[in-house]
Design a protein around this ligand. Structure first.
Ligand code: HEM
Length: 492
């Protein structure tokens, strides 16, 4: 036997031996497919069909099952009841963040999205409080959203009814709302700095969602050594950092410590207050990473939700007509829609809720992790195990929704036609890690949706099918197909 063969045999023995403890040592773990050395249970995930494969395993193994991405153990949680038991009833234990290797490469545990423990608690509490004080859910942010929605309407009006893909316009508008919150001002859509900034942010998101980014997320230990575009994430993210740094420096020059104007000002004031604390979490690195986090998390998600919603209205003109009627009755044509209008717009609320459920924008949620050993539904989950609380299984849970694959806003109306909530619609997740941008996102979606429909009838040359409007997984997000539509001005 030559040396190479001996070497290969020794390597195989090492792999089998090291896999033994991870995979096969008898533990009371949730059930799941049998893992293989090196690949774990990856062979049970069909290429390009991650969501469907995980849903299929749900029907095979039940609401809690175990998978292995290589040698990384992941416990998957499915359906509304199990999700509530984990993220809400046991929120403290299930509330830590799991791994997102492609993002971790740049973020390195700073900021909110990927941090844990005391750093996460301090930064998240600060962000939620500060964003609230700048008007999340209040009038000040509402007027900024209304201004942006009117600018968007102007853009659509200038298209003179010609078909266009709304992607860029929506990204511009929602990013501008975030800019207003973070730095206090909006940009003209043609401003070179804004265009460059959005290009960089877009590059980061598409790299993270690309095949390379996903491979890196599933097999980080191997992909670390494989050359490819996934290594560019640091270089690109640094460009975004430079943009934030410019804004931070500009804010510093004009800062009045008694009167913060926006998120960055408030963070700078907190940094000054804590400058003598050597362990403070309020330093420049956390400010830059938190800004990065808020943009990466808040730009594309809202825009994709609205893009899915507009496509659905093209497929169902009768639903669009009903919303037009409700807008005409409640708001009319002489004033801009405001968030309070929703209270009287039961049908529109039901449609938006159904858009959230049906378009299921973050189907796999972000990964969580358990902070200690825990017994869950009769199984033992060891401390540090990664948890995938799948939102797609909640939004398609047949125990909560009849015909879950069908778009039907009537499921959210009671017998008197009034909007009725259902806790099983959780696009923003639930529990300790729940999206802190929820209030902003809901306000944006309602105001943009009603402002667009107050002004336009949406049409398309193409007839869309149920398959066309079904969510399509692209990286982390379920995005709609590429489509064009015409904005025909309405007279009320
Ligand atoms: C329709 C729009 C949005 C959807 C569907 C959405 C959904 C989500 C989901 C599912 C998570 C993961 C929650 C978990 O780990 O359990 C999340 C986290 C997060 N989102 Fe959103 N989001 C949206 C908009 C926004 C906006 C506008 C912002 C910023 C202003 C934002 C900021 C964040 C942040 C900072 C986190 C990380 C929270 C943490 O780790 O503690 N999101 N979002």
């Amino acid at each position: 036997m030559d040396i190479t063969l001996t070497g290969i045999l020794i390597l195989i023995c090492i792999i089998i031996y090291s896999s033994w403890d991870t995979f096969y040592r008898k533990r009371n773990l949730p059930p799941g497919p049998t893992p293989l050395p090196l690949v774990g249970t990856l062979l049970h995930i069909r290429r390009g069909e991650l969501v469907n494969s995980l849903m299929k395993l749900w029907s095979q193994y039940g609401a809690v099952y175990t998978l292995y991405f290589g040698s990384r153990r992941v416990v998957v949680i499915c359906g509304y009841n199990a999700m509530k038991e984990a993220l809400i009833d046991q929120g403290e234990v299930f509330g830590a963040r799991g791994h997102m290797p492609i993002m971790e490469k740049y973020v390195q545990g700073y900021g909110i999205n990927l941090s844990n423990g005391e750093r996460w608690r301090l930064l998240r509490t600060f962000a939620v409080k500060t964003l609230k004080s700048f008007g999340f859910g209040k009038k000040s942010i509402e007027s900024k959203i209304q201004t942006e929605a009117q600018c968007l309407v102007e853009e659509f009006r200038n298209s003179n009814g010609q078909p266009l893909a709304p992607n860029k316009n929506l990204i511009d508008a929602f990013s501008n709302v975030l800019c207003a919150v973070m730095f206090g001002d909006r940009f003209e859509y043609k401003d070179e700095r804004f265009i460059k900034f959005l290009q960089v942010a877009e590059q980061i998101l598409s790299l993270a969602s690309s095949k390379w980014g996903q491979l890196y997320s599933i097999l980080p230990t191997i992909m670390k050594y494989v050359p490819g575009p996934h290594h560019d994430i640091i270089r690109i993210s640094e460009k975004l950092r430079d943009f934030f740094l410019e804004r931070v420096n500009a804010s510093m020059e004009t800062l009045d410590p008694t009167s913060p104007r926006h998120f960055i000002d408030s963070f700078l004031i907190k940094m000054a207050e804590e400058k003598n604390n050597p362990d403070t979490e309020f330093h420049l690195k956390n400010l830059l990473m938190t800004s990065h986090n808020l943009f990466v998390a808040g730009m594309e998600t809202v825009s994709v939700t609205l893009r899915s919603g507009l496509l659905i209205l093209l497929k169902y003109p009768e639903i669009q007509a009903k919303i037009h009627r409700e807008i005409d009755q409640v708001i009319g044509g002489d004033r801009a829609p405001n968030y309070e209008d929703r209270v009287e717009m039961h049908y529109t609320q039901a449609v938006i809720q159904e858009i959230h459920r049906f378009s299921d924008v973050i189907p796999l949620n972000l990964p969580h992790m358990v902070t200690r050993d825990i017994q869950f539904r009769g199984y033992d989950i060891p401390k540090g195990t990664e948890i995938y609380p799948l939102l797609c299984t909640v939004h398609r849970d047949p125990k909560q929704f009849s015909s879950p694959w069908k778009f039907d806003p009537n499921r959210f109306l009671d017998e008197n036609g009034r909007f009725k909530k259902n806790e099983a619609v959780m696009p923003f997740s639930a529990g300790k890690r729940m999206c802190p941008g929820e209030v902003l996102a809901r306000m944006e979606l309602f105001i943009f949706f009603t402002t667009i429909l107050q002004n336009f009838k949406l049409t398309s040359m193409k007839e869309f099918t149920e398959t066309d409007i079904a969510p399509k997984m692209a990286g982390f997000l379920n995005a709609p197909i590429h489509y064009e539509l015409s904005f025909l001005p309405r007279k009320i």
